[in-house]
Design a protein around this ligand. Structure first.
Ligand code: GLY
Length: 353
């Protein structure tokens, strides 16, 4: 079992993956990808695909289910998969989560390598070993924590990143800035998301991955310090689930960005998080992410969604990770309904609703 992933920053994906695989000499190479990544990303692996067996599954979160996992296992079984096979997971978070799970359970575990193609998966999903799939109507209900042997971050995918994908991933980067230090946070808040400079973004990604990796190394199974990574996600997940019932689903990172505004407000009210930082982060998010429309009438439904968050330890209290300062997390906090409603008021005032 891999305890710590090797992270590689690649400028030439095909040659860097070839070099890595030469050192591994897998009996068979499988590449898991989805329809979209098969079209746009797989060609970057060039001649490597000649000797690999390609497992192509449907796109999107709706395909993140047991049926697709069964499809992957069946493909491995019927195409000569052995304990010495290697699986490359090429795609966004859905692919790295499902591929990691299928590889971790096939013949009690084969080696897998993540090649994230979205910013969100580069700085979050592909790092840290959380794998799994949705089940019984619940997101990531079944899964295991098992680290990929390697994660390859390719600059080639950043050059063609659509704006929504850039923003969605960048929200997790803002979170990493908030849980680390002011110098990095200021670099993040000075980055121009309207005209992104790929070199600057690569430096930011490196630091973001380093922050997450160090936390995961200390606490891979989320008993303590890994909960820091949940900042912004309690209110963020509620907004995301709420949006699924409306006409347009909110991308995960946008929901986290709005969740950060509300949860930094709770941090300021309850733990004296600095007001200037609350305001500068909120202004940055408003400038680039705009607003997601909610009204006071939606608060009870959002609160109910928060009560069902799987991080809660009681049926009547909502659990949060908050901050008393940049880089100073306060774990296992609870906030009452009134405080949460005030934080939603602050969110609405900030984004101009
Ligand atoms: N996405 C948060 C974590 O990996 O723990």
């Amino acid at each position: 079992m891999t305890l710590k992933s090797n992270i590689h920053f690649s400028q030439n994906l095909c040659s860097d993956v070839s070099t890595l695989l030469q050192g591994v000499s897998p009996e068979q190479l499988f590449i898991l990808t989805d329809t979209n990544s098969a079209k746009h990303c797989l060609p970057l692996l060039g001649t490597l695909t000649n000797n690999a067996k390609i497992i192509e599954v449907s796109n999107g979160d709706s395909a993140k289910n047991l049926h697709t996992i069964e499809q992957i296992w069946t493909f491995l079984c019927t195409n000569g998969g052995t304990r010495h096979s290697v699986m490359l997971n090429l795609g966004g978070g859905v692919i790295t989560d499902m591929g990691g799970f299928a590889a971790s359970t096939f013949k009690r575990g084969i080696r897998f390598i993540n090649i994230p193609t979205t910013l969100l998966s580069m700085v979050d999903a592909a790092i840290g070993g959380k794998t799994g799939f949705n089940f019984n109507g619940l997101k990531n209900e079944i899964g295991v924590i098992n680290q990929p042997s390697d994660v390859i971050i390719s600059a080639e995918f950043l050059r063609t990143l659509p704006k929504t994908e850039l923003l969605s991933g960048y929200a997790e980067i803002i979170k990493h800035g908030l849980i680390s230090n002011n110098t990095y946070l200021n670099t993040i808040l000075n980055f121009d998301l309207a005209n992104p400079d790929v070199k600057g973004l690569q430096d930011i990604i490196r630091e973001s991955i380093d922050i997450k990796s160090k936390i995961v190394e200390q606490d891979p199974t989320e008993k303590g310090v890994r909960k820091t990574l949940n900042l912004g996600h309690t209110i963020g997940h509620a907004l995301e689930s709420f949006s699924l019932k409306k006409e347009k689903a909110l991308p995960h990172g946008y929901a986290v960005a709005y969740g950060l505004i509300a949860e930094l407000y709770l941090s300021y009210k309850m733990y004296k998080f600095p007001k200037e930082t609350l305001l500068s982060v909120s202004r940055y998010i408003k400038e680039y992410y705009g607003a997601y429309n909610i009204g006071c009438d939606d608060y009870p439904e959002l609160f109910n969604l928060m009560l069902h968050d799987k991080k809660n330890t009681s049926a009547t209290e909502v659990n949060f990770t908050l901050l008393s300062g940049v880089g100073i997390p306060v774990l296992n906090c609870t906030a009452d309904q009134n405080a949460i409603f005030q934080s939603l008021d602050f969110y609405r005032d900030t984004v101009g609703l």
